[in-house]
Design a protein around this ligand. Sequence first.
Ligand SMILES: Nc1ncnc2c1ncn2[C@@H]1O[C@H](COP(=O)(O)OP(=O)(O)OP(=O)(O)O)[C@@H](O)[C@H]1O
Ligand SMILES: N[C@@H](CCO)C(=O)O
Length: 311
Amino acid sequence: MNSTKEIHIFSPGTVSNVSCGFDVLGFCLETVGDQMIVRTSPEKGIRITKIEGFDLPFETNKNVAGVSAQALIDDLKPDVGFEIEIYKHIKPGSGIGSSSASAAGSVSAINELMGKPYNKTQLTQFAMKGEAVASQSEHADNLAPAIFGGFTLVKSLSPLEILKLPVPDDLYATIIHPQIEIKTAEARAILPKTVSMQQAIVQWSNVGSLVHALHTEDYELLKRSLHDAIIEPYRSQLIPHFNEIKKVTLECGALGTGISGSGPSIFALSKGESTAKAVEQAMRKVYENTTIDFQTYVSKVNHDGIKIINS
Ligand SMILES: Nc1ncnc2c1ncn2[C@@H]1O[C@H](COP(=O)(O)OP(=O)(O)OP(=O)(O)O)[C@@H](O)[C@H]1O
Ligand SMILES: N[C@@H](CCO)C(=O)O
């Protein structure tokens, strides 16, 4: 192949866990994400040639975009190499899938450039190699919604099986991101190694009913399912004013409020944009009375995942 081919993509942020579904549930955001440009090059291998937005490693074996891309080309053995440019808008360590956006983005872009030799599950598998570098554990609950779009459930990691779930039409997410960094690896290290039977029963009942609520567009059931009996009590201690934000957003009409991924971002789900915006104002008020810098977003759930801007 002689001529250079190039693709420009939007790689979305994602909310994983969704309260009750630690390491299995996630959904994709419409308005939050990175951009990436990937092009073929005659020189074989992967090179990260530009990173804008945040200070991240250029070394292919340290940047998740490079690790994922390398996993793909180790399998595909293409007769070209690839240059990757990352325009980062999602702060690393934010809890809205910063590392996943890069890991999912590089493999999806290369797949497009090479004529789609892999399906979405295979792309997720390659991207997991990158995600493992960031969080020191293999999990796919941010990658799956970034690659498949919508709500996803990671049914199993080995073999990797991902289910795409329906998204109720009027569902909106509100996110507040306090500008502190919580590394996924550290937020995992504080979790208990075992859970009680009583906690497990509550949790799997909530996961089951949340999935049913998505299928039936039952917002009231969704509300009764968005609870986390296991992880939240530990991780919420790392997030300033978490309990207050939870209280005011629920008072405003949010269906549920929880930690986005491993935090520090907090997400709420609401029925309707006007409630989601009221929830945003309620969240902002809590941090406006403190010295904490923050950003907020209101977003529909993105149905398609990674988007090709042009190629
Ligand atoms: N391309 C990249 N984008 C983001 N983070 C990267 C990238 N490459 C390497 N990293 C490293 O990954 C870590 C951030 O990943 P981490 O999983 O902790 O955060 P996150 O992706 O925002 O969180 P979450 O998965 O909870 O949404 C940082 O140490 C960062 O340096
Ligand atoms: N499920 C993961 C997502 C963070 O990447 C966790 O909560 O640790």
